[in-house]
Design a protein. Sequence first.
Length: 156
Amino acid sequence: MNAYKQILVAVDLSGDSQRVCRQALEVANGNGASIFLLHVVEIIYQVSVASEPMFYPAFEDISQNEEELIKLSKAKMADLIRGLQTGENVRIESDVISGIPKAEILRIAEEKQTDLIVCGSHGRSGFELLLGSTANAILHHAPCDVLAVRTKKNTE
Ligand code: AMP
């Protein structure tokens, strides 16, 4: 088996992210790999279908909101990374971007020529018994191996 060198870890910044990252660190340690943590801020635009006149936020409001969310997520990511400092000799990089999580995770995996994607089996969305929708898309369309770390929803 070829060693993994570049590992992409998809983190939704939920309580399970520590566990997902720790599993990725184990694999990275055993393979001498680098880790890239990625969080994708999903901006959901709501369009009202009411018969009342619709008020759309000015474009600046949307981008301001997006900037705010990215800033918040970057702070959470920094906390997550701080909590991971366990002395392992693994190079960790990270980024927070906006977009559709599954599409961005797959795009960055291609771009970085990732050889392993690590994600949680479930995240903040998804059904109790089914694989989460982001995890499912990664599993089906990844250009490389995928490690889906079992998270609490299917172990309870
Ligand atoms: P889900 O498919 O939403 O249940 O989430 C399953 C896994 O996909 C999570 O545990 C994360 O590893 C990953 N994931 C979900 N949403 C995001 C996101 N916005 N950014 C990065 N990774 C995510």
